[in-house]
Design a protein around this ligand. Structure first.
Ligand code: CP
Ligand code: NVA
Length: 308
């Protein structure tokens, strides 16, 4: 098993699917009151340099349910935010903690933490990727569709961390991914190159287009994210000018399969990337998806921080 969760590009299909199986098992146990203190006495540090509702609460509650504890470390409060190096932070925190979850801007900061520390590092979102979200998404898709391989997922919106992670994950597990973005907001070319290489090995189709109808046609899963990610607030007015045709409304959603499910990592902005009738409509499974952050991340922590 990989020692860290930095991106899903680093994980094998087997590691992803094993983690999802464990997530299902832990969810079943939690729902049925079966105790499973698999991380008794362990401590997770949670470094945040960006806001969070789901990631923070699900990791903290997950650690508690596993018999361990979690520490919220805001960058406003720790010395990292005042210029202490990642090297020193990684060395010191490795002496106290059993794992670190970090949400920050630069992917390279997360990778440095993994490189310099001696404990598992879990990426809780960077500007580049959001792998924990994808594991919860895949758990949700399996619950509703019974499988991942052979499905088509359409992501409509910004070529951002969610689009990247969906490509990385889909390419590993054999789920076709179609991404429609405005011309000016396409995915990172390096991520696309990596994902296409993985997809070629698994026979997965990755489609990149600027046409939302082409992407969504016959999709089993439709995915939206905010048009304005954390840290991009100053670009909002500029972005709103071009994203209008990428709003997922009932008309656009009707090009997907009749039984398509709608996913959104949340937080959502109704009336922008998605209309109310879609996100609050009968095909939406957004709150199952949000709940699965808890179960999927518990599985990640057990895999990375549990006894081998
Ligand atoms: N989806 C997600 O990561 O939500 P938060 O920003 O609330 O953690
Ligand atoms: N793309 C969004 C995802 C939030 C979970 C952001 O980075 O803000």
């Amino acid at each position: 098993m990989n020692k860290h969760l930095l991106t899903l590009h680093d994980w094998s299909a087997e590691e992803i699917l094993d983690t999802l199986d464990l997530a299902d098992e832990l969810k079943y146990k939690q729902k049925n009151g079966i105790e499973h203190h698999l991380l008794k006495g362990k401590t997770l540090g949670m470094i945040f340099t960006k806001s969070s509702t789901r990631t923070r609460v699900s990791f903290e509650v997950g650690m508690y349910q596993l018999g361990g504890s979690a520490l919220f470390l805001s960058s406003n409060d720790i010395q990292l935010g005042r210029g202490e190096t990642i090297y020193d932070t990684a060395q010191v925190l490795s002496r106290f903690l059993d794992g670190i979850m970090i949400r920050t801007y630069k992917q390279s900061d997360v990778e440095d933490l993994a490189r310099f520390g001696q404990i598992p590092i879990i990426n809780g979102l960077t500007d580049l990727v959001h792998p924990c979200q994808i594991l919860a998404d895949f758990q949700t898709i399996r619950e509703h569709k019974g499988k991942l391989s052979g499905l088509k997922l359409a992501y409509i919106g910004d070529g951002n961390n969610m689009a990247h992670s969906l490509m990385y994950g889909g390419a590993k597990v054999g789920m076709d991914i179609a991404i429609a973005t405005p011309e000016q907001y396409q995915c990172d070319p390096e991520v696309v190159k990596n994902a296409l290489e993985d997809a070629a090995k698994t026979g997965t189709k990755i489609t990149l287009t600027c046409d939302p109808v082409e992407a969504i046609r016959d999709a089993d899963v439709v995915y939206a994210d905010t048009w304005v990610s954390m840290g991009q607030e100053a670009e909002k007015a500029e972005k709103l000018k071009v994203f209008g045709p990428y709003q997922i409304d009932k008309k656009l959603f009707s090009y997907a399969k009749d039984d398509a499910i709608f996913l959104h990592c949340l937080p959502a902005y109704r009336g922008y990337e998605v209309t109310e009738d879609v996100i609050d409509g009968p095909n939406s499974v957004i709150f199952d998806e949000a709940e699965n952050r808890l179960h999927a991340q518990k599985a990640v922590m057990v895999k990375l921080m549990g006894e081998k």
